[in-house]
Design a binder for this molecule. Structure first.
Ligand code: BGP
Length: 462
């Protein structure tokens, strides 16, 4: 029996834009807008309009979550729903009412609500008017939105996070063209990464200035800590891995926990002429407003090798001039999503946090397996028999457990996701939930993994 620490969070994560549906929303976020202009880019042309209908179905959804043994749930408040006037931060009363009902119901169902503030869902007007996260003004507007959330819901929500996977915003929007506005602009990407860090620190500052910590509340950030493994021990491959790690992980992890950017990264960006613009007070704000706890999303490792082409080749600046992806022969893969399965990384993450990041309290804020066409696994009783998901979670939990035994301060494990939800460009192609969702009827049914998770949660281990 692998027993986990007392009061361990057994739960799952979703987000507003992926679960609620667009109902009654005044503003469009970048995804709502992208779907409006290019629906063909989305799998089967399914957009975020209905998503998993959480806006209408939240009571039933939350009671199903309770049934699969969840004692905690992360979702997000949509900026594009809560705020009516994006400049002055007046709130939308229907939205306040909706989020109040959601938070109250989560608590009534015996789950700890964890509320995230930004899950890739910038109101698109702020991109069109100001260039979104390229602009300091947007940083300040975000802080205003965050303050409203703390003020309205901080009496009941004890755990807050500023961003979910901010690096995905940088990469999707500014480097590799998988999120609107699909730019390829290394210099802007660097500035956006800086502003997202600044926005997080400023939101933490506002949180503390409002006395949230005195009320026993905590604030953190959710990062996709994809550990980097070099293809070999040659100097070139190790160097590639070091720089990939600096860019992908330390860019957000070091400011969040140590209060400053990694010196080596700053030097590299200066040498390449792409360093961010700052203002005098920023470094103090970042230094003084580090996080209380960390959320770690982990799906797959990142394997790299020395680049085939020399980094000083002629062309526009991209961070991956310093490393190429390495497809390790013989790796295990979830072919539906194309991601390598490497549960040992859970242990490496746990030890990295323990040894290099103050052994800060942290939890696995997302882990999971997106599988297509799960109807092929429906058993005689009508339940999806997703044994592959149970095996996947077990293996990850085993390695996590070893990390905890070695002293890492992990306090929970959240699956992506409770109920099959809408997943950006992939829409409903890959399903991750403990609970399936028929997107035509919105009928939701617990999968075998959901029943299994309930026993794990009840036994605090397996
Ligand atoms: C994470 C995001 C989630 C979710 C998940 C699954 O990066 O935080 O929002 O989407 O990945 O990935 P995908 O939807 O791309 O399959």
């Amino acid at each position: 029996m692998k027993e986990f620490p007392k009061k361990f969070w057994w739960g799952a994560a979703t987000s507003g834009p992926q679960s609620e549906g667009r109902f009654h929303k005044k503003h469009a976020n970048v995804f709502d807008y992208h779907y409006e202009i290019e629906p063909e880019k989305f799998y089967d042309q399914v957009g975020p309009d209905t998503a998993s209908n959480f806006y209408n179905d939240y009571q039933n959804d939350l009671s199903l979550m309770k049934k699969v043994g969840m004692n905690s749930l992360r979702t997000s408040i949509q900026w594009s729903r809560l705020i009516d006037d994006l400049e002055t931060n007046t709130v939308n009363s229907d939205a306040v009412d909706f989020y109040n009902r959601v938070i109250d119901t989560i608590i009534e169902q015996g789950m700890v609500p964890v509320i995230n503030l930004h899950h890739f869902d910038l109101p698109v007007e702020l991109y069109h008017k100001y260039g979104g996260w390229e602009s300091r003004h947007v940083v300040d507007l975000f802080v205003g939105f965050a303050q409203k959330c703390f003020e309205l819901f901080g009496d009941r929500v004890k755990f807050w996070t500023t961003h979910n996977e901010p690096m995905v915003v940088v990469e999707g929007e500014y480097l590799f063209q998988f999120h609107y506005p699909n730019l390829v602009d290394g210099k802007k990407a660097v500035q956006v990464a800086y502003h997202l860090n600044l926005a997080s620190a400023k939101a933490v500052q506002a949180f503390r200035a409002m006395g949230m910590s005195e009320q026993g509340n905590q604030i953190g950030i959710v990062l996709n800590l994809t550990p980097t493994y070099s293809a070999s021990d040659t100097e070139g491959d190790l160097e590639a891995a070091r720089i990939a790690e600096l860019w992908n992980n330390k860019m957000f992890l070091e400011p969040a926990i140590w209060g400053h950017f990694p010196e080596e990264l700053e030097k590299l960006l200066i040498k390449d002429g792409v360093i961010w613009q700052t203002e005098a007070e920023d470094s103090t704000i970042i230094a003084e407003n580090t996080i209380d706890f960390l959320g770690v999303n982990f799906y797959h490792p990142n394997r790299v090798k020395a680049p085939d082409v020399a980094p000083n080749s002629v062309g526009s600046w991209m961070p991956d001039r310093y490393y190429d992806n390495f497809d390790m022969p013989g790796r295990r893969v979830n072919l539906d999503r194309g991601w390598e399965i490497y549960p040992e990384a859970m242990y490496d993450i746990a030890i990295n946090i323990k040894d290099n990041y103050k052994n800060i309290p942290w939890y696995v804020s997302e882990n999971g397996m997106g599988v297509s066409n799960e109807d092929r696994f429906i058993g005689v009783n009508g339940v999806i028999e997703d044994d592959y998901r149970i095996d996947f979670v077990k293996e990850h939990l085993e390695w996590l457990h070893k990390g905890i035994e070695a002293g890492s301060n992990c306090f929970g494990y959240h699956m992506w996701t409770p109920i099959d939800c809408w997943s950006w460009l992939n829409a409903y192609k890959n399903r991750y939930g403990f609970i399936s969702n028929n997107i035509h009827t919105q009928v939701k049914t617990i999968k075998k993994s959901g029943y299994w998770f309930r026993t794990v949660s009840e036994n605090n281990g397996f």
